[in-house]
Design a protein around this ligand. Structure first.
Ligand SMILES: [Zn+2]
Length: 108
């Protein structure tokens, strides 16, 4: 059977499409509570394609390396010259942080 086009099971939510998250301040509430939210990695589908999976694994590795060096997220972001939100998204695989071959049309 060909399996190449089927998305793989999302490693973040184990294919459930949901993960436990802390929601704060939404809907005007000031409290924080744990709730089930759609998985950020697979966007609630429970499946993930190879590209995203690799981006996620790269982000995990970045995070592991950072923790080994005892740097905080904000220190790492400063070191890389990016903001902490971007850094955090890179570590979660929401932004593909893998080195990309330079492309002329994205040069500024
Ligand atoms: Zn997921």
């Amino acid at each position: 059977m060909e399996k190449e086009e089927r998305p793989m099971k999302c490693p973040s939510c184990d294919g459930r499409g949901k993960s436990e998250g802390i929601a704060c301040g939404e809907l005007g509430e000031l409290r924080c509570r744990v709730m089930s939210i759609p998985c950020q990695l697979c966007r609630g589908t429970g499946g993930i394609d190879n590209e995203r999976l690799q981006a996620w694994e790269y982000g995990r590795k970045m995070r592991a390396d950072r923790l080994k060096e005892n740097r905080t997220l904000s220190e790492e972001a400063t070191k890389r010259g990016i903001d902490i939100v971007t850094m955090s998204k890179m570590e979660r695989g929401e932004i593909d942080a893998r080195p990309q071959p330079p492309r002329e049309d994205t040069c500024r």
